[in-house]
Write a protein that binds this ligand. Structure first.
Ligand code: SAH
Length: 425
C-alpha cells in the first residue's frame, strides 16, 4: 500500500486506519489510538492526538493529513429546547442536524424510545399500549421538573438527568431527490451524497457542542434529517458501523427511515451491523401514495409491504411506519382502516405526524381531534399508534422542515434566535 490517498482521518474505519498506519511503518495499535482520538475524544487537529508519538504526528501533518471534522456554522435554539444545527463541509455545502434534548414519553416516535426495548418488555400491541398509557403521568411530571431546572443547567447535566431520551436527527444527503409533495427538503432537489465521514461528523459535532458522550450518556440517533439514506446506501452503512465501533452508539439506539427504496430494504435486512428500520408510509392506498410520493410508481405498496414482511426482525425489534397526516387528504377513518389492513399481522408500530407546515407546501395540518381519531382507529384494529409531538417548529427543525433556512425573517415565530457560531471551546 502506498501513500494514503485521503487527507482526512474523519470517516476512515478500522481497516482503513490500519492501512494508513502500516503504510507509515507504525505498529498496528496506532490505528485504535487514532480511532479513539477522532471519534471518542473528538480532537480537531492531528497535533492533539497525544497518544501518538510526536514524530508520527509530524509525519501525518507533513503529508497533508487532517482530522477533517465537520464544523457547526449556525445554531438555532427553539423555545422547546430543540436545537437545529447547520453543519458545513469542505466544499461549502451544508446540511442540518437536529438535537432533541428529551422525549416526553408520549410521542414515542422521534427516536427517543429507540433503545427502550432493552429495558422494557417486548413490543407488541399490548406492551406498547400499556407503556404509553402507564407512563403518561410520569412523563408529565418529568417534563415539569425538567422545565424548572433547564435554565440553570448545562446541556450535559440535562442529558444525564434524562437518560435515554436525547436524540440526534442526522442528514444523509445534501437535499433530497425523492420529491415527497409535503416535504420542504424536497424543494432543494439533491445536491450530493454525504460521505460516511460527513454523516458521522454531524453526530460528533453535536455531541461535542452539547458536552455529552455515549455510552455514558444514552444518546439515540435517527437518520431522519435531509436526504434519503437508502439512496446513499454504502456511505450510510459505513457510517452506521463507524457510529457503533468508533463513536460508541449501540445499534439498538439508532433508527433509519426510508421513503421506500425497496431493493435496499432487502439489502439492509442482510447487514450484520444495522440500525432499526422505519418506513415512511404516508398513504393508505396506491393512488394516494403515488400522488404524495411519486416514488410509489416505481415501488408500489404491494412491493413495499412484501419487503417489510420479509424483513428479518431481531428479538424485540419491530418496524416503525411513519404516517404524515395531511388535512382532508389522507386522514379519514377510511384511510386509517386501510392502513390497519396493510399492516395486519406485522410486528410494527405507527408514528403519526401531523403535517409541519412550510412555505410552498400546499397541504394543511389536521386538527388534533382528527389526529386522535386516526390514532384511535388504528389502535382499535390492534396496531400500536403514537402521535409524534412536533419539535422545534419555530426554528424550522421539525420533520420535513429541513431546508437550510437561515433567514430569521421567514421564521413563523418571533422568538427565533440565531446564534452566530463562536469557535468551539
Ligand atoms: N427520506 C427518508 C428520511 C427522512 S425522515 C424518509 O422519507 O423516510 C423524515 C420524515 O418526516 C419522513 O417520515 C417524512 O414522511 C416526514 N415528513 C416529511 N415532510 C413532512 C412535513 N412537512 N411534516 C411532517 N412530517 C414530514
Amino acid at each position: 500500500m502506498g501513500e494514503p490517498t485521503t487527507s482526512s482521518l474523519f470517516g476512515l474505519d478500522r481497516e482503513e486506519l490500519a492501512a494508513l498506519v502500516s503504510a507509515a511503518g507504525e505498529p498496528s495499535y496506532r490505528a485504535k489510538q487514532i480511532m479513539d482520538a477522532v471519534y471518542r475524544q473528538r480532537v480537531e487537529t492531528v497535533e492533539e492526538i497525544s497518544t501518538l508519538p510526536q514524530g508520527f504526528r509530524e509525519k501525518l501533518i507533513h503529508s497533508g493529513v487532517q482530522v477533517g471534522a465537520a464544523r457547526i456554522e449556525k445554531k438555532f435554539v427553539s423555545v422547546d429546547g430543540t436545537v437545529r444545527y447547520l453543519i458545513g463541509f469542505g466544499d461549502g455545502q451544508s446540511v442540518e442536524t437536529v438535537w432533541m434534548p428529551e422525549g416526553d414519553g408520549g410521542e414515542a416516535g422521534d427516536g427517543s424510545e429507540a433503545g427502550d426495548e432493552a429495558e422494557d418488555s417486548s413490543p407488541g400491541t399490548s406492551g406498547a399500549k400499556a407503556r404509553s398509557e402507564k407512563d403518561e403521568p410520569i412523563a408529565a411530571l418529568k417534563r415539569c421538573a425538567t422545565q424548572k431546572q433547564t435554565e440553570s443547567q448545562k446541556p450535559q447535566d440535562r442529558a444525564r438527568q434524562n437518560p435515554g431520551r436525547s436524540t440526534i436527527c442526522i442528514s444523509s444527503q445534501v437535499g433530497c431527490a425523492v420529491d415527497c409533495q409535503f416535504c420542504l427538503t424536497a424543494l432543494l432537489g439533491v445536491k450530493r451524497n454525504l460521505t460516511a465521514g460527513e454523516i458521522v461528523g454531524q453526530v460528533c459535532a453535536v455531541l461535542k457542542d452539547q458536552g455529552v458522550s455515549p455510552p455514558e450518556d444514552r444518546i439515540n440517533l435517527v437518520f431522519m434529517g435531509m436526504g434519503e439514506p437508502f439512496l446513499n446506501y454504502e456511505n450510510f452503512i459505513k457510517a452506521s458501523r463507524l457510529l457503533v465501533e468508533g463513536v460508541g452508539i449501540a445499534e439498538r439506539r439508532m433508527t433509519v427511515s426510508t421513503a421506500g427504496i425497496v431493493p435496499r430494504i432487502h439489502d439492509f435486512g442482510g447487514e450484520t451491523i444495522r440500525p432499526k428500520l422505519a418506513i415512511s408510509l404516508n398513504a393508505s392506498n396506491d393512488a394516494l401514495r403515488t400522488r404524495l410520493m411519486p416514488l410509489n410508481k416505481k415501488w408500489n405498496l404491494e412491493m413495499l409491504m412484501a419487503a417489510a414482511r420479509a424483513f428479518p426482525l431481531r428479538t424485540r425489534e419491530w418496524i416503525t411506519f411513519e404516517y404524515v397526516l395531511l388535512g382532508g387528504v389522507n386522514d379519514t377513518p377510511e384511510n386509517a382502516r386501510e392502513v390497519a389492513e396493510l399492516l395486519r399481522g406485522l410486528r410494527c408500530k405507527v408514528n403519526l405526524i401531523a403535517l409541519n407546515p412550510g412555505p410552498g407546501i400546499d397541504f394543511t395540518t389536521p386538527s388534533e381531534e382528527r389526529v386522535a381519531a386516526f390514532q384511535k382507529t388504528l389502535r382499535g384494529a390492534g396496531i400500536p399508534a403514537f402521535v409524534r409531538r412536533p419539535r422545534g417548529r419555530d426554528i424550522y427543525a421539525a420533520c420535513g422542515q429541513l431546508k437550510r433556512t437561515v433567514a430569521v425573517a421567514i421564521s413563523p415565530e418571533p422568538q427565533l434566535q440565531s446564534i452566530s457560531l463562536a469557535p468551539q471551546e
